[in-house]
Design a protein around this ligand. Structure first.
Ligand code: G1P
Length: 273
């Protein structure tokens, strides 16, 4: 059973400046809700009970969002607006936080979750990617495969050649429809990507991954890359890729952010139906 999840949210949000100078990227609004809340909802609907959010100095707004505001609750009660209390109800999940003091990369952020995770499988969700599922939640799709294979399970998506250089890309061996064994994985291949299957920010890991994260050397961008730890671990333990069923939106790309907002709350959006 996968009960714990890590959400890395410590980055500077350089792709979304200038607003991210003051507003954490994870708090970018999508029809009145912060982007992060869609990820938290996905985790909860997939059976996650405890979430560790990796934050940095300027991210206190995230902690405030997932805390009670007693003043606001009192105000709504006094002003006879109790119907709004459900808008500020807290999600049914246990939150913990850890600060990443040095911007050493995604692998380092995940490594900060070692104590939280202990000795059980866990999920990692990257909040840049909001994935709207057709039926089953994206993370649940991975968890279901995990119960079958018991190795690392990495969510992937087929992308156009020109986009692959911005992602981790796997070298797959097809097992059956949409399921692969990961023979290799490369972070942001600048030429000759090993396939068109890109890592899209949803992972299930065996806690052994921490041994690899502790030993990995800085990679692309001088950062500790999660991809490099997956690459090393895949040599010794079977790791799997699963093509996720759902529509992905990278909220750090303005066009996809706007598309997502239209998709959810535009004139023909889901929330209008
Ligand atoms: C990170 C990972 C990369 C993955 C991507 C998905 O990159 O390092 O392997 O494909 O997230 O969004 P970043 O977007 O932080 O550069």
């Amino acid at each position: 059973m996968v009960r714990k999840a890590i959400i890395p949210a410590a980055g500077y949000g350089t792709r979304t400046l200038p607003i991210t100078k003051v507003l954490p990227k994870e708090m970018l609004p999508i029809c009145g809700r912060p982007a992060l809340d869609f990820i938290v909802e996905e985790a909860i609907k997939s059976g996650i009970e405890q979430i560790l959010i990796v934050v940095s100095r300027s991210k206190n707004m995230i902690l405030d969002y997932y805390d009670r505001s007693v003043e606001l609750e009192t105000y709504l009660e006094e002003k006879d607006k109790t119907h709004l209390l459900k808008e500020i109800a807290l999600p049914n999940v246990h939150f913990q936080y850890v600060r990443q003091s040095y911007a050493r990369g995604l692998g380092d952020a995940v490594l900060l979750g070692k104590q939280f995770v202990g000795n059980e499988p866990f999920a990692v969700l990257l909040p840049d990617e909001i994935i709207l599922a057709n039926e089953k939640q994206p993370l649940k799709q991975l968890i279901d495969i995990f119960t079958k294979h018991q190795g690392n399970i990495i969510g992937v998506k087929k992308l156009d050649q020109d986009q692959l250089k911005n992602y981790g890309v796997i070298k797959p061996e097809l097992i059956k429809n949409k399921e692969y064994i990961i023979k290799d994985i490369v972070e942001k291949p600048q030429k000759s990507p090993p396939s068109d299957l890109a890592v899209i920010g949803r992972y299930i890991f065996d806690p052994i991954i921490f041994n690899y994260l502790e030993n990995v050397k800085p990679g692309v961008g001088g950062e500790i890359q999660l991809t490099d730890a997956i690459k090393e671990m895949a040599k010794a333990y079977k790791s799997y890729g699963l093509e996720i069923d759902g529509t992905c939106f990278d909220i750090a790309k303005m066009s996809e952010y706007v598309e997502l907002i239209n998709y959810i709350c535009g004139p023909r959006g889901k929330q209008q139906q």
